[in-house]
Design a protein around this ligand. Structure first.
Ligand SMILES: Cc1ncc(COP(=O)(O)O)c(C=O)c1O
Ligand SMILES: N[C@@H](CCCC[NH3+])C(=O)O
Length: 454
């Protein structure tokens, strides 16, 4: 098994010059007689022509199948972690496919509500929820609030008062207590969350988790229904989840609670040769660990996958603008996006593949570095890419597996407008997030002629 920490640090397997393997492409990807890639029944290069570049293209069938897989693996209550990618179309799709939604800020909550998601299917997260966010969650009656700090418990207590009522609303409000089990997931340190030294949740070893349970139980208007633990993201070893369950079980069993959420974090392959467990294997490992630890089938075991739902369904299309050959050094292929649409290489040293959708089955012998258009040397899209020999200025270049934490973490750095996002299915494309315009860049800008804006 490869060490995913090494992969995230950019020391993964040698870049392959073979065509991008199927496992990195969305479900409906197919190659036509001319070698051109089609997704959702549409020619990918034509999508770039029609909608412009950079462009995020999501295969709707892939998204739906991953949601169904999650639902089949974990059952009712499994939530899609919207931080990975959220717009109204995505929220609606996940709910249509039977998932709940994990929202971790008032902003994500706002988008989910705007998509028509019923509040009882929402799980509110956050290590620093504001009074406004908590008040809104209580008024709406969200499905779960995942309590993360003593200050939050105090805030909830103040909002509920002695009556334990919120306006006219029926309480109690179901809550989970987030516990850090002291397990170090094998992943990049920036995305590890289950260790004792963490800003998230209540430590088990320190006794904070036990105190949190007692304080939540003492509050009128809150109903403690279970525990939550999220050990990290892009985790490949299901044994890490099993370990977390084993550690949590000692604390969980005597509490007599009916729900245990193991968070999200299932890893996905980004580059050739990366192995990743399926959602079913993940769920089986978690259930096996529950059984071994004496957590019976009456307990609802849930999860919150984000990346595993949306990563592979999405790919980014760029247009090649310049090719700069530095003899004896390397070749730079610059595209019309970069760290503003995919900050993961800069943040975590993450690896990606690159290929030409006009020649999807072509060998990729040419070693290049794909870079963006931002004013930073670190603005790298694919550090060690292999591309076809005849790649040229004007080509559409695709990076697969960009559906998670790409658009979600996109920025306007260098005043580059954010790309559009399209969903494709059965020969039809629909824009679900429109491309930002240059005027959008001035939307919040208060100029000398604009009076009276706070
Ligand atoms: C509490 C919680 N749940 C779910 C997720 C989703 O994680 P992933 O996208 O790795 O599945 C995260 C992010 O890592 C998280 O912090
Ligand atoms: N943004 C990170 C993952 C963080 C997960 C959020 N809890 C990534 O792209 O890998």
């Amino acid at each position: 098994m490869l060490d995913p920490a090494a992969l995230l640090a950019g020391q993964g397997p040698e870049p392959s010059s073979a065509p991008v393997p199927r496992v990195l492409l969305p479900e409906t990807a197919e190659v036509d007689g001319a070698g051109r890639l089609r997704v959702g029944g549409l020619d990918v290069c034509e999508l770039a022509e029609r909608f412009g570049t950079p462009l995020f293209v999501y295969d709707e069938l892939d998204l739906r199948r991953r949601c169904r897989e999650a639902r089949a693996a974990f059952g009712e209550g499994v939530a899609y972690a919207t931080k990975a990618f959220l717009c109204r179309a995505m929220a609606a799709l996940a709910v249509e496919e039977g998932l709940w939604l994990d929202v971790s800020t008032g902003g994500e909550l706002h988008v989910a509500l705007a998509a028509g998601v019923p509040p009882e299917r929402l799980v509110l997260h956050g290590n620093n929820k504001s009074e406004e966010e908590l008040a809104q969650a209580l008024e709406l009656g969200v499905g779960r609030i995942v309590v993360d700090s003593f200050d939050e418990i105090d805030r909830l207590g103040a909002l509920l008062g002695r009556s334990g009522r919120v306006g006219e609303r029926r309480v109690p409000q179901p809550v989970l207590v987030r516990v850090t089990p002291g397990v170090e997931a094998h992943t990049h340190e920036f995305v590890r969350t289950g260790q004792d030294d963490s800003k998230f949740g209540f430590g088990l070893a320190s006794g904070a988790a036990a105190e949190a349970v007692a304080r939540v139980r003492a509050l009128a208007g809150l109903e403690l229904v279970g525990l939550h633990a999220h050990i990290g993201s892009q985790v490949f070893k299901v044994a890490s989840f099993a370990e977390a369950v084993a550690v949590l079980a000692e604390f969980f069993r005597p509490l007599g609670l009916g729900e245990l959420c193991v968070g999200g974090g299932l890893g996905v392959p980004y580059v050739t040769g990366e192995p990743a467990p399926t959602m079913a294997e993940w769920a089986a490992a978690v259930r096996g660990a529950c059984e071994a630890a004496g957590i019976g089938p009456e307990v609802r075991v849930t999860a919150e996958p984000g990346r595993a739902i949306v990563a592979r369904a999405g790919m980014t299309l760029y247009r090649v603008g310049t090719v700069k050959e530095l003899p004896g050094i390397r070749t730079y292929v610059a595209v019309d996006g970069g760290m503003s649409d995919n900050p993961r290489p800069v943040l975590y040293g993450s690896g990606y593949e690159a290929f030409l959708p006009r020649a999807a089955l072509a060998a990729r012998p040419r070693a290049v570095r794909v870079v963006g258009k931002h004013c930073e040397s670190g603005d790298v899209v694919v550090a060690d890419a292999r591309v076809p020999e005849d790649l040229a200025v004007g080509d559409v270049l695709a990076t697969p597996v960009t559906g998670a934490y790409g658009y979600a973490m996109a920025s306007n750095y260098n005043k580059v407008p954010r790309p559009a996002v399209v969903f494709v299915a059965e020969g039809r494309a629909r824009v679900v997030v429109r491309r930002e315009t240059l005027d959008d860049l001035l939307r919040l800008d208060v100029g000398p002629g604009d009076a009276g804006v706070a």
